[in-house]
Design a protein. Structure first.
Length: 259
């Protein structure tokens, strides 16, 4: 098992991992938090006792984004920006590339890199008072457009980026960015319940479904569906798929082993 984390908390129960960003006061993403995000999601990718992941924030913030206090140490330092940008990409990619579905429980403000982190999840739930905001134009920076475009329509994406407006929970639901908008006190339990639902399915099939989303996102329809069919062929001979078929025929609950 991994060493303790300093900027986040990890709990695992019922095959669902809950990762809580915990860097007071607003879970700003400094180098340490980014490095620990990569470490925890790489760990969860490989853990057999984890089949889904919930990502949330401690306190009233999901994440206020990049820690701008680190910027003076980056500017003018040769090689610092490539290293910074590489780690930033990795801290987002590890969520998207984790083999287990990730459910973002956006409990409060999610600004800049915090909004992007939420948008990297497979499923997004938001608290009623939560909001996403891309404030790069307010501080003379740029970034996040491609992630925003994965979830927002063209006009709303541009409105969000150009104005740095706060897009609130109910608006995110209306825009089909979030799957649910809930009172804050119900948010985490709802996300964990979805995680338990996912954990009850054939583990390798869920992982194959996530891989299909990753691989086929920008593929033409014909090639994308052919890839999915190859996933089905590979799954057909696995122990868990055979167990799912037997359980269905015998009208009983299946017992999956993750292989």
């Amino acid at each position: 098992m991994s060493e303790p984390y300093e900027t986040l908390r990890l709990e695992v129960a019922d095959f669902v991992a809950t990762v809580t960003l915990d860097r007071p006061p607003v879970n700003a993403q400094n180098r340490a938090l980014k490095e620990e995000l990569v470490r925890v999601f790489d760990e969860l990718h490989d853990r057999d006792d984890v089949r889904a992941v919930v990502l949330t924030g401690a306190g009233k913030a999901f994440s206020a984004g990049a820690d701008l206090k680190e910027r003076p140490n980056i500017a003018g330092n040769p090689g610092a920006y490539p290293r910074h940008n590489r780690l930033t990409r990795a801290s987002f990619d590890c969520v998207m590339e984790c083999g287990k579905p990730v459910i973002a429980a956006v409990n409060g403000l999610a600004i800049g890199a915090g909004a992007v982190l939420a948008l990297c999840a497979d499923i997004i739930l938001v608290a009623e008072e939560a909001y996403l905001s891309m404030t790069e134009v307010d501080v003379g920076l740029a970034g996040g457009v491609r992630h925003v475009l994965r979830h927002f329509g063209q006009s709303n994406a541009r409105l969000m980026i150009y104005t740095a407006r706060r897009i609130t929970g109910p608006e995110l639901l209306r825009m089909n960015v979030a799957s649910a908008c809930l009172p804050r006190e119900q948010l985490l339990s709802a996300a964990q319940q979805i995680g338990r639902e996912i954990a009850g399915k054939v583990p390798l099939a869920v992982q194959a479904a996530k891989k299909s989303f990753q691989v086929t996102e920008y593929m033409p329809l014909h090639e994308g569906y052919r890839f999915e069919q190859s996933q089905t062929v590979a799954l057909a001979s696995t122990e868990d798929t055979q167990e799912a078929w037997r359980a269905f025929a015998e009208k009983r609950k299946p017992a999956f082993k993750g292989r």
